[in-house]
Design a protein around this ligand. Structure first.
Ligand code: NAD
Length: 289
């Protein structure tokens, strides 16, 4: 079985790494927060104490880190210390530019890199039902399919390096815009004294239907169970949505793409992220608009 190093064992990485260990891979973990790694040793994950340690003798190195600056620093350190030529899979959500430049740098040292951000949140990570959007070389993607299949239920090859990140940003920008639209629609309906369950019944099969209404309706006791039924906790926080929207705005600016609604969504979610509800699920935006 292959040796895997997993760097970044927070809300997502801790759960994803366990699927690999359960499947029999020899998994080692490193996180700057020591306690997180200690909690995982009971699940068969070996503790490593530094990037230099975890970089040695691995076939695959997976990163699940907060942002592009950290991924950049960590992967450059991995490059310094790796003793062979591991395949690197970066599952963090980061900016397209950093992702592409890391691909070029690592390729120049014969180390393949896939950008493979995920959708599905912590529940998807726990249940092994994440969707991976993957950029990089197709042969490397095919080779890594068994790894994606253990941590997720779907992995899609999106194209050359950076395409996974770009796909994720397009998806999340659309999600943010639709959730604001759903919030406005349901708030207006409430002010017009409509029955919101009846509204849901109509919209969910009418032309206004979308994932934000059908699967994740931001109103308590309306539609299937969602964070709105639990005071918007836990979920995909407004802080993370704001982060993704900033990345989307940057990516759009770099290619002169007009994203009027995307930019407005970034302002709205950033305001929420900086306020008292920043940790709440992004669908709580209905309360902020
Ligand atoms: P998190 O903050 O819970 O985990 C990140 C971990 O990285 C932390 O444990 C932190 O200690 C560790 N870390 C930071 N710097 C490090 C370093 N230099 N070396 C080693 N470890 C370091 O974040 P998360 O929620 O697990 O998210 C991780 C990534 O996944 C982010 O890019 C996020 O945007 C993306 N993502 C998160 C979700 C979600 O629902 N949480 C969903 C989709 C994508």
């Amino acid at each position: 079985m292959k040796d895997i190093g997993f760097i970044g064992l927070g809300n997502m990485g801790s759960k994803m790494s366990i699927h690999l260990a359960k499947a029999g891979y020899n998994v080692s973990g490193f996180d700057i927060d020591n306690k997180l790694v200690d909690k995982l040793t009971g699940f068969g994950i070996n503790k490593e104490n530094s990037i230099s340690e975890i970089s040695k003798n691995k076939d695959i190195i997976i990163t699940m880190l907060p942002n592009g600056k950290i991924v950049n620093e960590v992967l450059k350190e991995v490059l310094n210390y790796s003793s062979n030529f591991p395949t690197i899979i970066d599952c963090s959500t980061i900016d397209v530019k950093t992702s592409k430049s890391l691909y070029d740098l690592l390729l120049s040292k014969n180390i393949p890199l896939l950008d493979a951000p995920v959708s599905g949140g912590t529940i998807g990570a726990l249940n092994g039902t994440l969707t991976f959007m993957v950029g990089g070389d197709k042969e490397v993607f095919d080779e890594m399919a068994p790894i994606f299949n253990l941590m997720g239920s779907k992995s899609v090859y999106c194209g050359s390096a950076g395409s996974g990140q770009a796909t994720k940003l397009c998806n999340n920008m659309l999600l943010a815009v639709t959730m604001i639209g759903v919030g406005e629609s349901f708030n207006m309906a409430r002010n017009l004294k409509l029955d919101l369950n009846v509204l849901y019944e109509v919209i969910s099969t009418a032309t206004g239907s979308c994932w934000s209404v059908n699967n994740y309706c931001p109103v308590e006791n309306v539609g299937p169970k969602s964070p709105a039924d639990n005071n918007f906790l836990p979920g995909f926080s407004a802080k993370l949505m704001s982060k993704d929207l900033k990345l989307a705005v940057n990516a759009a600016n770099q290619v002169n793409s007009n994203i009027e609604f995307g930019k407005k969504a970034e302002q709205i979610f950033t305001k929420m992220a900086e306020g008292v509800n920043g940790e709440k699920d992004f669908s709580a935006i209905i309360k902020e608009i």
